[in-house]
Design a protein around this ligand. Structure first.
Ligand code: C6P
Length: 407
């Protein structure tokens, strides 16, 4: 039996909702997670009590806002075991973080003929910035061959990496397959040829302990809204020396040391990469989300997310006419599937009539859809407020969907 890790109706007000006459079964956390009351309250408190711009004015409110944002940065640094809060850059989310790495580090250090290694299971956010970088500098993209079950073997990466490789980039967890990729081993291979290791942590940081020093990666991108925080806030973490070496990409207020009519010099980290007024309330909300996750324990959350994904895979694979994608084990947090003869959008619509929220489509992973030889899939994704009861509700509704379309 897998019970929810939290008292859902106490902590997550939205989960009390009725949808189409049923209690909401929220199975779309990979798109965005729901928010606990403490996160909602932290944002409201900031606007009600301490609203001011940060790092600029010298008055009490500005001081309170700055302290609250920098405390959040500190919490996030500890959460991922960064060696310093200076390495934690606030962005709008994973997409902006990955684009920033490609621009800030890639434009400066890549040249024609250099190679970027990535996988076909990447989200578009971890493909297109590299395509564009490759076009700008004349670099080549090299795609890792996936195993038949959608996993990556370290040997397949070893064969692809050579002394022209400058960047290796992988999602730590696939948003479609639920695959957990061997990022530390791949980072080791990357470092052997002097390449850097970039990790898309959008689907891993919410679900498992993250230790950027122990995994010895170079850059990590993740989004606050998938880990109980608000939308519009995310993190770019990088090793301090790499961030120091990279160039800023957004120019304007607060990212400078000195400006004259013709030129400017840059502020110290992290301000160098945070031009303009940041999403202060978002950062504070993400700090509150990190507190909440820590209070539950990331190892417990990891066990829970894996347990639910593995059980859902087993149960869905047992339904006749249902195809499930990715490995049976180990997997975490998401299960993508199709029901023979029924379009995933129709599946999603019928499930919604049962109060179940899933996602259907290509999941911003069209190269992976081509690899799977499908146009789209349905996808159920789980988080700490889900239980095995939600899987049973899903299984019953899939059976009902099949009956509905048979008619
Ligand atoms: N995946 C999903 O439903 P943003 O939108 O910047 O917060 O995250 C982008 C992103 C990058 N990498 C991975 C692995 C992701 O899963 C996502 C977001 C959502 O699967 C929305 S498309």
């Amino acid at each position: 039996m897998i019970t929810a890790l939290v008292d859902i109706t106490e902590d997550f007000p939205i989960l009390k909702r009725q949808i189409n006459g049923h209690r909401l079964t929220y199975l779309d956390s990979a798109a965005t997670s729901q928010k606990p009351q403490v996160v909602i309250d932290s944002i409201r408190r900031y606007y009600e009590i301490s609203n001011a711009n940060v790092l600029r004015s010298v008055h009490t409110l500005a001081e309170e806002a700055t302290v609250a944002m920098e405390e959040a940065r500190e919490k996030i640094a500890q959460f991922i075991n960064a060696s310093s809060p200076r390495e934690v850059i606030f962005t709008r989310g994973t997409t902006e973080s990955l684009n920033t790495i490609a621009r800030a580090w890639g434009d400066k250090f890549l040249e024609a003929g250099d190679e970027i290694v990535l996988s076909p299971m990447e989200h578009h956010s971890n493909i297109i910035p590299w395509q564009q970088l490759a076009k700008r500098v004349g670099a080549l993209l090299r795609y890792i061959d996936l195993n038949r079950d959608g996993t990556i073997s370290v040997d397949a990466v070893r064969h692809l990496i050579n002394d022209r490789t400058r960047i290796v980039t992988l999602s730590q967890v696939s948003n479609v397959l639920g695959t957990i990729n061997p990022i530390s081993q791949v980072a080791k291979l990357a470092h052997e040829v002097g390449a850097i290791m970039v990790v898309d942590g959008a689907q891993s940081v919410p679900h498992q302990p993250t230790d950027v020093q122990n995994s010895d990666i170079d850059f990590l991108a993740f989004s606050g809204h998938k880990m109980l925080g608000p939308t519009g806030i995310g993190v770019l973490w990088g090793k301090e020396a790499l961030l120091e070496a990279a160039d800023p990409v957004v120019f304007g207020g607060e990212m400078i040391a000195y400006v004259d009519r013709e030129d400017a010099t840059w502020a110290e980290l992290p301000a160098k990469f945070e031009g303009g007024t940041p999403h202060i309330a978002g950062a504070i909300g993400l700090g509150a989300a990190v507190d909440y996750l820590n209070s539950l324990g990331m190892s417990r959350i990891e066990e829970h997310s894996r347990g639910l994904a593995e059980e859902a895979y087993r149960k869905l694979a047992n339904i006749s006419g249902v195809t499930v994608y990715g490995p049976a084990y180990p997997r975490t947090s998401v299960v993508a599937f199709n029901i023979s003869g029924i379009h995933p959008h129709d599946v999603s619509q019928v499930l919604d009539a049962h109060g179940i929220a899933i996602r259907a489509g290509h999941h911003c992973a069209q190269p992976l859809m081509h690899w799977l030889d499908v146009g789209s899939t349905a996808r159920a994704s789980f988080y700490l407020y889900n239980s095995d009861r939600d899987i049973d509700v899903l299984v019953d509704a899939i059976e009902a969907t099949k009956r509905y379309f048979k008619r």
